[in-house]
Design a protein around this ligand. Structure first.
Ligand code: SF4
Ligand code: SF4
Length: 365
């Protein structure tokens, strides 16, 4: 861990000001500063592990907003570590199953998808709106004569199974820019396992992913999902000392990119994009330079994987606040496939990922 010891917390509350879960629970024990205090008490054996304590620690979205801590404490790192040592309630096991067997998980979902709209759970209802796509999970190469370079893609599960147009857009954009594209066998990045505290299984999965991506001669890996980018490009190193070399798309685009558009749009920056990947300003510059009248917005969409299933009411509250802001815009550009699914289900209009925007406009050029 790189983070400073939590015992140095100055209790300044800077982290509370930016925490989406604190804003919705309005309770100090559901705030980053409160969680620091709870983790410290747990470590010092002043508190024992109870259901209530687990609930408070599971209510963190791992969004990284609290990385603004002036002392340098990384609360998400402590949350990962503490969850890994906690007892696992039964409701965490579906996340383990999903992360280890996404093919099987989405096959089941596809089979029962006509019934999903009758479920009360919001996230299941949401899945009924999107077509689940399944194709053979094997190595694919989209070659390009006289290629400038070669990139591998890590789609992430949401894109891989639910957003076929985003998949095609990324492949097509890279091909148009003159790169050969390689799509290795796709697995989950392991974020749901880390998030639910299944560390042993997460490490086995990340070793599998590292082996796959290290076996190719490539210039780097691109992913449309900032949560995957953070997991495979940063988090892996904390556990096995090695990352997958993830590239920011703005770097790939900067020399060759030229668009013509004057459309107004909101560019919604996801938490992982803003707090970990940090490609948001470069991407928005590319959009603005090309004529898009972009308004930047950040803040949680309410999904955060585990959080939206365990804390459904609070997740919907967070989403609704964003929807109020976005409901009248003609176009919403997202920087994350999971935010895209959240907003598309509610807004039912022009919600696109920035990769789709870049690909679409480059084609027109
Ligand atoms: S910002 Fe850092 S020092 Fe301040 S309360 Fe939060 S964890 Fe403690
Ligand atoms: S990671 Fe996000 S939700 Fe968790 S404590 Fe920090 S700001 Fe709050």
């Amino acid at each position: 861990m790189n983070s400073l010891n939590i015992e140095y917390c100055a209790k300044c509350g800077r982290c509370n000001e930016v925490c989406p879960s604190y804003k919705v629970f309005l309770n100090e024990s559901y705030s980053p500063r409160g969680r620091v205090r709870l983790i410290s008490a747990l470590k010092n054996k002043e508190l024992s592990e109870t259901d209530l304590l687990r609930r408070r620690l599971l209510s963190c979205l791992l969004c990284g907003s609290c990385l603004v801590c002036p002392v340098g404490i990384s609360i998400p790192e402590y949350i990962y570590e503490t969850r890994a040592n906690m007892n696992k309630a039964l409701n965490l096991y579906p996340f383990k199953f999903f992360s280890l067997h996404p093919d099987l998980f989405f096959s089941v979902l596809k089979t029962i998808s006509p019934l999903l709209k009758f479920f009360k759970r919001y996230q299941l209802k949401k899945l009924s709106y999107f077509r689940i796509e399944k194709e053979k999970n094997s190595l694919k190469i989209y070659s390009k004569p006289l290629a400038k370079g070669r990139f591998a893609i890590f789609f992430g599960c949401s894109t891989n199974y639910m957003l076929p147009s985003l998949k095609q857009s990324l492949i097509s954009l890279l091909n148009k820019l003159g790169y050969e594209v390689l799509i290795p066998k796709q697995h989950c990045c392991g974020a749901p396992l880390f998030s639910a505290g299944f560390k042993k299984e997460a490490v086995a999965l990340l070793e599998k992913n590292l082996k796959i991506y290290n076996s190719f001669s490539i210039d780097g890996v691109l992913t449309p999902c900032p949560t995957c980018a953070h997991t495979i490009g940063e988090l892996y190193k904390n556990y096995v000392g090695e990352n997958i070399k993830v590239m920011n798309l703005s770097k790939v685009l900067e020399d060759s990119f030229e668009l013509k558009s004057s459309q107004e749009a909101i560019f919604h920056i996801s938490c992982h994009m803003k707090n970990y990947v940090k490609d948001d300003l470069n991407l928005s510059k590319l959009l603005k330079n090309s004529g898009f009248l972009i308004k930047l917005e950040d803040g949680c969409c309410g999904f955060a994987g585990l959080f939206s299933f365990l804390f459904e009411r609070e997740s919907i509250d967070i989403l609704n606040k964003k929807v109020l802001k976005y409901k009248n815009v003609d176009m919403l550009i997202t920087s994350c496939p999971n935010c895209l699914l959240q907003f598309k289900f509610v807004l039912r209009k022009n919600v696109l990922h920035y990769v789709e925007i870049f690909n679409e406009n480059l084609r027109k050029e």
